[in-house]
Design a protein around this ligand. Sequence first.
Ligand code: GLC
Length: 606
Amino acid sequence: MTTRQRHHVPDAIHTNGSASNPWWANAVVYQIYPRSFQDGNADGYGDLKGITSRLDYLAELGIDAIWLSPVYRSPQDDNGYDISDYRDIDPMFGTLDDMDALVSRAHELGIKIVMDLVVNHTSDEHAWFQASRDKTSPKSDWYWWRPAREGCVPGSEGAEPNRWGGTFGGSAWEYDEERGEYYLHTFSRKQPDLNWENPEVRHAVYDMMNWWLDRGIDGFRMDVITLISKTIDANGRLPGESQGLIPDEAAGEEGYSSPWPFSMDGPRLDEFLQEMRAEVFEGRTDYLTVGEGQGISPVRNEHITDPANKELDMLFLFDHVGVDQDGAKWNIGQLQLPELKRAMVDQQTAVASKGWASLYFNNHDQPRALSRWGDTSTEESRVKSAKAIALMLHMHRGTPYVYQGEELGMTNAGFTALDQYRDLESINAFHQRVEDAKVQSAESMLDSLSKVSRDNSRTPMQWDDSRYAGFTPADAGVEPWLAVNGNKAEINAEGEVADPESVFAFYRKLIALRHTDDVVSSGSFTAIDVDDAKVYAFLRVLGDRRLLTVVNMSSERVSLPVETYLRLTDGLEADKVLIANVDIDDLTSSVAKGELSAWSAFVYEI
Ligand code: GLC
């Protein structure tokens, strides 16, 4: 029995692939980063018991499912994205019993649990990798092992098979003394890439996935899943291997080139995803599969998420969160709104008749969208722009994802010194760019980190105004693993749940609207005036109903182009405003003048 009634359309997509309304078509998913959500045992780290104790809050918000970032056993080199045992829970987070308790309480509340699945790589401490270090082991070929470059002494400087760099710094190859060879790690040296060419690897992964689904979870968010198929030549060699070395001129400013072009959306990706679907999901219903979609174009998204192709339900694309990045991740600039719109429109259009979109601006890898694109200069502009960005995202067609704290209007961390950061990507990038490659000064890199570092979104959840924001008890005698944001007094759940005008209350309305209004969940999408640099507007249409979304994405009062909004200047009818972040009378009078105040956003039924 669920304690809440909600509008759910029949699920047929997973059983016969023909119906177009699975449960997630009008659902909203909430992402929890377990380290930072709720510390249940006063040790400074979030955990499963902590999450369970906060499920009522999520039920009140109204979300349908939780995506839980990894809680498996892990050395925590990359905060759990380096897994050493897929069938156990890390002691930092609790036990398998705690996990079962979380799933069962969530189900009682009508909330599904989607676990992270990290299978492009394991931890170097995983038993599979340990076995693989022995050339005579049956698991010898489970990872990407390669000898030193011809003519070089194994392990000596520059002897790596090629010049590929790891995403978190240094070479993408690590020398293993025991085996006398190098292994590929697209991420840190503690995250060796699994060799998906080997069917035993794939079946071991599928077994593990079935084990979790049988235990009661509802699906997977698949970490860097579009990297699992690497390009190899007829001799089984990786690109550049036959030439020994990828030419130095191909190396970037930090001295390495990236392996990503040779693994994103690789040649066997569709085949692997179809095999996974057949081995794991066939015969199951009511689950969700969402892949992290690096390198996937909107058109490929349509293919992978088309139910007829039996691959994935949806993917997280990246083009829209890269529009303000100039080359390197660390060069973040001013958003040009039309570029964001074009990226969103391309994604929406590609899946207009087949396939599905996920909708997100925030997650544990992105800085807070509110700090990035909104206006946090005053309390009023923070609240208003948080609602404006939320309304804009949630009114698109697809499944929206809310990242913990987004529903409170939480902001970037505000760190000013390197020792405040914990994220290995941020720390390694600082050393590499400032000290090794000398491409940025320390001051400029700290500025970059304050805007882009992943720790911006990983600060502890702000529950209340107490010393550690209710994340860790104030008298615990330990500090949270990452500092609490200094704005906990203004931004916290306790205050917002009680306030009908809060960002939380606004998210609640948006989520409810998706559950109850078919135009929001299923209507077609048509953008209006994509070149407008300040107003983001679009139409959603289903049958004879038409919803117009208008958002002023700027801190200035704007005029609404008369030709586009002519019908509105005749006067808004208050009862046709479905949701707005401004007082309806103010909205009506400004729209009648052909104007919209800073960060105003509304949905109007025309
Ligand atoms: C994904 C995760 C990120 C992690 C990386 C390696 O991009 O979202 O947090 O560091 O994969 O697993």
